[in-house]
Design a protein around this ligand. Structure first.
Ligand SMILES: [Fe+2]
Length: 385
């Protein structure tokens, strides 16, 4: 996150001696991104973070592709994804391109016996159902319904759930995920017209420092493989850190909608950006207030974007027969728009309680076999009258 954060104990200058009470040195680690040009964090460890003991299994988790060059609109019934005990095994990639993967997951159990690290991608985890604690080597974050958890690539984490009933919508991004640049000034501060500000962004507040030796399994994701690596020291052994690269949480309920007299375009809902896709939050808001306004969107061709909408809660005004947990995919190359009757239905309405997350990708998405298991194959004909 592009503002400075400090947790725990650190020396008064970087790259100088920082000693434990017994006189030995802490182990400093600069955790950088984009070479040395991106955001970085400087952390201090009880033990060397490099003590690989064993490299065990390596196996592919690359999704199986059902359709590569897709022009069919789909509706995916996300809640039909079956709950599974293990967090990583529960993650089902439904749509993917070379920049990002869209994943649905219903994990029943916390990650008890391993740590996880995604070296390829930032992970944006939207909590549709469930609550708990994200535990990372840079501190912990509590989460609940409506939270986005942003885990930058390389952060070692575990996830603890309060119950077995969890539903997650995850975007893995091979490009760094930032807040929109147009909402930040040249120092990175969020501007007055931004729909959220620094106060809405929750930073890690609790640092676990375990100075333990033993066998610690980290499941490392790299190039669509999981590699099981055993380290000789506990991955959560940081006594302090500072910098800009750390996980954070933002609640969709803290997104302040931007409204107008006539229909506002999707960019007003934008919450995150990369150079390969955007993420938007559709939240409860007042409708357009021109006396002749039409609150429902017009038909539109994002000729060069695939549009993915994940329906979270409330009535989604432009769609018929859409429920919580559904995904609609409207691919690039063809127009899409309100369902028959939705435009007329919207006239005169003053507000909406819809809640949805949208991902617009600039490259086409491939449809996976996991998606086909939960796909409504007639959705693309649902505009016929
Ligand atoms: Fe659209």
């Amino acid at each position: 996150m592009p503002f400075y954060h400090k947790l725990g104990n650190i020396p008064h200058k970087r790259h100088i001696q920082f000693r434990k009470s017994d006189g030995s040195l802490y182990y400093e680690q600069l955790f950088g991104t984009i070479g040395f040009d991106g955001m970085s964090t400087n952390s201090y460890h009880e033990q060397r973070p490099t003590q690989v003991k064993e490299i065990k299994k390596q196996y592919s988790v690359a999704p199986k592709i059902a359709k590569t060059n897709n022009i069919q609109s789909y509706r995916l019934k996300g809640f039909q994804v079956k709950p599974e005990n293990d967090y990583l095994e529960s993650r089902k990639t439904v749509l993917i391109n070379s920049d990002c993967a869209i994943i649905l997951a219903a994990p029943k159990q916390s990650t008890n016996d391993y740590f996880y690290k995604n070296t390829d991608a930032d992970e944006l985890i939207f909590i549709h159902k469930g609550s708990g604690k994200l535990r990372t080597h840079l501190g912990n974050l509590d989460f609940k319904y409506g939270d986005y958890l942003l885990v930058p690539r390389g952060i070692i984490y575990k996830i603890d759930f309060d119950s077995k009933d969890n539903r997650l919508f995850i975007v893995e991004s091979r490009r760094p995920i930032y807040t929109p640049k147009r909402y930040r000034n040249w120092f990175g501060q969020l501007l007055e017209h931004s729909p959220f500000c620094e106060r809405d962004i929750r930073r890690p507040y609790e640092l676990e420092t375990n100075n333990e030796s033993g066998d610690f399994l980290i499941k490392v994701k790299k190039q669509d493989d999981i590699i099981e690596m055993v380290y000789a020291s506990h991955p959560f052994d940081v006594v302090g850190y500072d910098g800009y690269n750390y996980p954070y949480a933002f609640s969709i309920h803290d997104f302040e909608p931007i409204t107008g007299r006539i229909h506002q375009p999707p960019p007003v809902h934008q919450t995150f950006e990369t150079d390969a896709f955007v993420v938007c939050s559709f939240v409860p808001r007042l409708y357009d207030y021109h006396p002749q306004s039409i609150p429902a969107p017009y038909n539109h061709s994002n000729i060069d974007s695939d549009e993915v909408l994940y329906y979270v809660d409330g009535d989604f005004m432009s769609r018929n027969d859409v429920a919580a947990g559904h995904i609609s995919l409207h691919p690039a190359g063809i127009p899409h728009g309100p369902h028959p009757g939705a435009t007329e239905r919207s006239i005169g309405k003053t507000k909406t309680d819809e809640l949805a997350v949208m991902v617009d990708t600039f490259k086409p998405l491939k449809v996976t076999e996991e998606a086909m298991k939960i796909a409504d194959d007639s959705y693309h004909k649902s505009w016929l009258e």
